[in-house]
Ligand binder design. Structure first.
Ligand code: FES
Ligand SMILES: [Fe+2]
Length: 558
């Protein structure tokens, strides 16, 4: 539990962006060491054992092995990896959910033992999507709604209503293709390779989690959004902090902050030491500590890292003394500085030696060619009482951040595809500064490790024939709201309030009209009708935030 914000801190909440912005950059380098920045990861549990193992039915087009650590000449096997595909708290126990991964559709559903299950979203009878099915109210099995076949959590067919004997359901060909699934750090992870070798490997490998996030003193909410550009463009963007002041001006940064970043990568020899052996298996990479603000180049406290195939993260490390130093350097009037230092002291005095961390954790998921899913969380274990919001309000804010990217990246990828840039990056793009180092590192990895899409799915950069309107590129409902339990509830509540306000306005207007004109009562009723209509209008505007809001960079000069 996080302590509620004391009343005295309310005036300072407005200073939060400034405070946190400085916190991420202003810290003495002398107290930091590269090893401190490396994430300590551990596996959470292992794949649920399958009751029966079956051969893969054409899910993967590759037979490449997936060693624990790649060596020269080997390609990463995207099918032999744990992928996060959904946020556990957003799934509805009674409604199967369709997700996409590597060009294949999967269905997530919860069985009668309250275990989450995953299967290829294809009924073995006539290939209708099982995600259109129901959880049978009596058996708790997944029932295809086309002809009523039922499947248990292992994919075994338990009922064919049209069959006169049990032989039809007992056939191996009647089975749905189940997929290993597990929950870790609040996310649903699946392992797409269901070959016997793949299933064996699923029990050895672990999801790419950031274990700190499971600790109770960390704040933050998971967020998911489906993006109108590819997985590789998404990772390229996540590893590009130089775009923050410009693409996200007025939201999380400011154009005036654009400056040299001086990002360099750790040499490969540093990536496979004892601290990093999990994080950097499979050829991932880690930056040296760097700072956003050029004036503080001598105080780097942030690193970025990539753990193939899905995790990209930023981690900043602090101590209580460092935070005090940050507040000392803030351009604030003395009373606010004193208040800020008091708040930091109050937050850190119980355990002054506790390492303080601020994370951005982003998972990039290749759903279909030209499309991707992003699951992210920003979190920290200090000053968690500042800037607290509901999960839905936090997501509305996060939408604004991603809106700043979406049109840019979609059109960028169209040009990449048209001109064949992804296969010859260095000769096609001009990357003259250190700020482009992470882009180069990512493209070098990806050129050696192209995605192996599902059988029959051709990677042509997606359907780029028709230019989608901005309403599609910035669309929020199908990309997020319908997948998010908090936003579904917030949208329903907003609609209800809008209708109630509108109804109240109509009733009050009728009362005002019925009363003798000019009386206090009629004026009061008319005034209340106007107020209710105004409230209804505000709810209508709020509803739009769950669907679509235009984002024009040129008009964000705040
Ligand atoms: S397609 Fe599923 S039962 Fe016929
Ligand atoms: Fe949401």
């Amino acid at each position: 539990m996080v302590a509620p914000a004391p009343r005295w801190c309310t005036p300072v909440v407005a200073l939060l962006p400034l405070l946190l912005g400085a916190v991420t950059a202003l810290l003495p380098a002398a107290t930091l060491h590269v090893r401190q920045h490396r994430l300590q990861l551990h596996a959470i549990g292992s794949a649920q054992p399958l009751l029966r193992q079956r051969h893969a039915l054409g899910m993967s087009t590759t037979a490449a092995p997936a060693p624990a650590q790649l060596s020269a000449g080997e390609n990463f096997n995207y099918w032999r990896a744990w992928w996060p595909v959904a946020i556990a708290e957003d799934l509805q126990p009674d409604v199967p959910e369709r997700v996409e991964l590597l060009g294949e559709a999967l269905v997530l559903w919860r069985d009668s033992n309250k275990q989450w299950r995953a299967a290829v979203d294809r009924c073995p009878h006539r290939m209708a999507p099982l995600s259109e099915g129901i959880i049978h109210p009596k058996t708790g099995n997944l029932m295809c709604t086309y002809h009523g076949w039922e499947f248990d959590g292992d994919g075994t067919c338990t009922n064919i209503p049209q069959a006169t004997t049990d032989a039809a359901a007992a056939s191996r060909r009647a089975c749905a293709q189940s997929v290993p699934v597990q929950i870790a750090t609040g996310l649903v992870w699946v392992w797409p390779d269901t070959s016997p070798e793949g299933l064996a490997e699923s029990k050895i490998k672990r999801p790419a989690i950031v274990a700190d996030m499971d600790l109770p003193d960390y704040n933050g909410y998971w967020y998911v959004r489906d993006q109108p550009y590819s997985y590789d463009v998404l990772i390229e963007n996540l590893g590009d902090p130089a775009h923050l002041p410009f693409a996200h001006h007025g939201v999380i940064s400011n154009r005036k902050s654009g400056a040299p970043l001086g990002i360099t990568m750790e040499p490969p020899s540093a990536l496979f030491g004892p601290d990093a052996k999990n994080l950097h298996a499979n050829g991932g990479y880690l930056s040296k500590p760097f700072a956003f603000m050029p004036a503080l180049r001598d105080t780097p406290n942030m690193v970025m890292g990539f753990e193939p195939p899905t995790l990209f993260y930023y981690k900043s490390t602090y101590t209580g003394d460092m935070l005090q130093d940050v507040v000392r350097r803030l351009p604030l009037p003395p009373p606010f500085k004193a208040l800020g230092r008091f708040m930091v002291g109050r937050d850190t005095k119980k355990n002054p030696d506790k390492p303080l961390h601020l994370y951005f954790v982003g998972y990039s998921i290749p759903t279909m060619p030209g499309k991707s899913r992003l699951i992210l969380r920003n979190c920290r274990n200090f000053l968690t009482f500042l800037g607290k919001k509901s999960r839905a309000a936090d997501h509305i804010r996060q939408h604004l951040v991603l809106d700043g990217d979406n049109a840019l990246l979609h059109y960028e990828e169209r040009e990449y595809d048209r001109l064949g840039v992804k296969d010859r990056l260095e000769s096609s793009l001009y990357l003259p500064t250190d700020a482009d180092t992470p882009v180069r590192a990512w493209r070098q990895w990806y050129q050696k490790n192209k995605i192996q899409w599902a059988c029959g799915v051709e990677d042509r950069g997606g359907d780029k024939e028709a230019v989608p309107p901005r309403e599609v590129l910035l669309e929020r409902y199908h990309a997020h709201t319908k997948h998010c339990s908090a936003c579904r509830a917030a949208l329903a509540a907003t609609r209800k309030k809008r209708k109630l306000s509108l109804g109240a306005a109509a009733v009050l207007l009728a009362i005002a009209a019925a009363l003798p004109g000019g009386t206090r009562a009629s004026v009061a009723a008319a005034a209340m009708a106007v107020a209710a209509a105004g409230a209804s209008y505000r709810q209508q505007q709020h509803e739009r935030e769950f669907h679509y809001v235009e984002y024009i960079h040129a008009m964000r000069d705040v």
